[in-house]
Every structure is written in structure tokens, then in C-alpha cells.
Design a protein around this ligand. Structure first.
Ligand code: MG
Length: 160
């Protein structure tokens, strides 16, 4: 098949004493970071899982165990790079990426251009192939109560 679709989802707990990274961008949001073994970039984790899903190559937790000290505090951009460079992804190129970040706070609209540019750079694709949307959860559930942040991603890959 010359085309493959992949879907990814991730959620991280909000904590006050960590930085916030989304799509490889450091978002200035004091008191509003994400807990995780790596830099906890929830958007990059969803994107990475979508890419792995497209080629049926497992998930990010299998590739980068949270028990492995090598990945402690690591930039999720490096994890994505490692996946893109892996044999499973050779011969595939990204057609487009569409993702949604769900966060009650902070306001993400001002950061969207930087996040899209970062993702396009990491994925080596044109800006118009990258869509990032932001939603709140209308005050409902753990995300709405500002306890967590989540991301969904869908990718389409084609044989290069
Ligand atoms: Mg994660």
C-alpha cells in the first residue's frame, strides 16, 4: 500500500514546577508544566505515536521506556528524530499531520505559529502540511479542572 494513516493520543499531568513544551516549543507558562520522564511534550508524544502507528511499529512507550535512565529529561524532539531515522520509517514520507491539543490553560493561540513551524521543521515537511488546533474541555473532567493536558494526532504517510 502506498499510503498509511496513523493515530496518536497522549495525556500528561499538569504540575507547577516543570517547564511546558508543546510540539518542541518551550511555552512561557509559569506554574503550568507537564509531569513526565522525558520533557513531557504531550503533543510530540501524540505525533510520534501517530507516526509509529502508521507503520505498525508499536508505541512510544515500547521504544522509550519510562524506566530507562537514558530518556530521563530528554527532549521529545530527539525521540521523534530517532523514530524518523529508524529503519521502520525509511521509504516513507509525511503527507500531512493534523493534531489537537486539549488544555484548559494556558491560551495556546499565540503559540500556534511557533508550534507549527517547529513541527514542520522536525518532520521535514512544508508548513501547510501541518495543522495544530487547540481546545479547552469547557471546564469538564481532569483537563477542564486544569489537572492534565492531552493531545491527539493523525498522520498520513506515503511511500517515497
Ligand atoms: Mg507522553
Amino acid at each position: 500500500m502506498p499510503l498509511r494513516i496513523g493515530q496518536g493520543y497522549d495525556l500528561h499531568r499538569v504540575v507547577p514546577d516543570r517547564p511546558l513544551f508543546l510540539g518542541g516549543v518551550a511555552i512561557p507558562a509559569p506554574g503550568w508544566g507537564l509531569l513526565g520522564h522525558s520533557d513531557a511534550d504531550v503533543l510530540l508524544h501524540a505525533v510520534t505515536d501517530a507516526i509509529l502507528g502508521a507503520v505498525a511499529a508499536g508505541d512510544i512507550g515500547q521504544w522509550f521506556s519510562d524506566q530507562d535512565p537514558r530518556w530521563h529529561g530528554i527532549s521529545s524532539a530527539l525521540l521523534l528524530r530517532q523514530v524518523l531515522d529508524a529503519p521502520a520509517l525509511q521509504g516513507w514520507q509525511l503527507v500531512n499531520l493534523d493534531c489537537t491539543v486539549i488544555a484548559q490553560r494556558p491560551k495556546l493561540a499565540p503559540h500556534m505559529p511557533a508550534i507549527r513551524t517547529s513541527l514542520a521543521g522536525l518532520l521535514g515537511c512544508p508548513l501547510d502540511a501541518v495543522s495544530v488546533k487547540a481546545k479547552t474541555n469547557e471546564g469538564m473532567d481532569a483537563i477542564g479542572r486544569e489537572e492534565a493536558m492531552a493531545a491527539w494526532a493523525v498522520v498520513l504517510l506515503q511511500r517515497s
